[in-house]
Design a protein around this ligand. Sequence first.
Ligand SMILES: Nc1ncnc2c1ncn2[C@@H]1O[C@H](COP(=O)(O)OP(=O)(O)OP(=O)(O)O)[C@@H](O)[C@H]1O
Ligand SMILES: [Mg+2]
Length: 250
Amino acid sequence: MNRIIELKDVSTIYEGEKKPAIKNIDLSISENEFVYVIGPNACGKTTLLETIIGLLQPSQGEVYVLGCNMRKNGAKIRQKIGYVPQDFLTDPNEPFTALDVVMMGMFGKIGLLRKVNDEHKYKALKIMEKLGIRELANSPIGKLSGGQQQKVMIARALAKEPKILLLDEPFSNLDIKSKQKILRLIHKFHQEKGLTTIIVTHEISQVLMNKDNARIIIMNEGRIVAEKTIEEFLLSVKEYLWLPQVKMIK
Ligand SMILES: Nc1ncnc2c1ncn2[C@@H]1O[C@H](COP(=O)(O)OP(=O)(O)OP(=O)(O)O)[C@@H](O)[C@H]1O
Ligand SMILES: [Mg+2]
């Protein structure tokens, strides 16, 4: 199968820090894989995602996405990646509407001023409808609740029609019903569009509800400590009681 994301002995150190936030990561993700990344706070999940998309440069090792080295091709490849960052809450005075923000997924912020036509609007509204936020289209983004903004950010990532979807804690602000609905929708997009999807989450119960072919990557202290299918994880769940989230569901 085609390897779409490949990390070779990657470590990333934040500027001014001595210790790497992620260490000696070897990771290979195939086209159309669905991957969850779990692990305690500060174990390096966000750093891993940001290193994959080239927002952070590794201090050691190489990252290849869609066959390209991210050191040289980061900007080009990022156009094919839909990314929902963990911390996205917008300024309450941000002038853009929710619909504008979703359309930014198609063109970026500047393109929005030049390129939008009715067809683009229709497409963005359709995605918003699927996420249950159609009626928020004309609301200023900064005035929406955390959960509503989270759905808008997911809609923006999907509107980009990416090849790769990276979501950092996409359920953190959502109520239980929304979590299930959005995860189902992400799965549907993943299947229909042949995406490669990585979700960082503390919501193990959501993960385990999907007995699909997903892979779970478990991180601790900057390293990948295990990789399991959901079935394997369930069979060996006793080994993972040190994960705060697993303790909670036991
Ligand atoms: N901008 C930064 N500068 C310096 N250190 C940072 C920075 N961002 C994160 N770190 C450190 O890097 C380590 C990994 O952080 P990271 O945000 O990747 O963890 P995480 O697994 O995403 O945690 P969480 O579950 O809380 O989101 C932590 O020790 C954190 O303090
Ligand atoms: Mg994080």
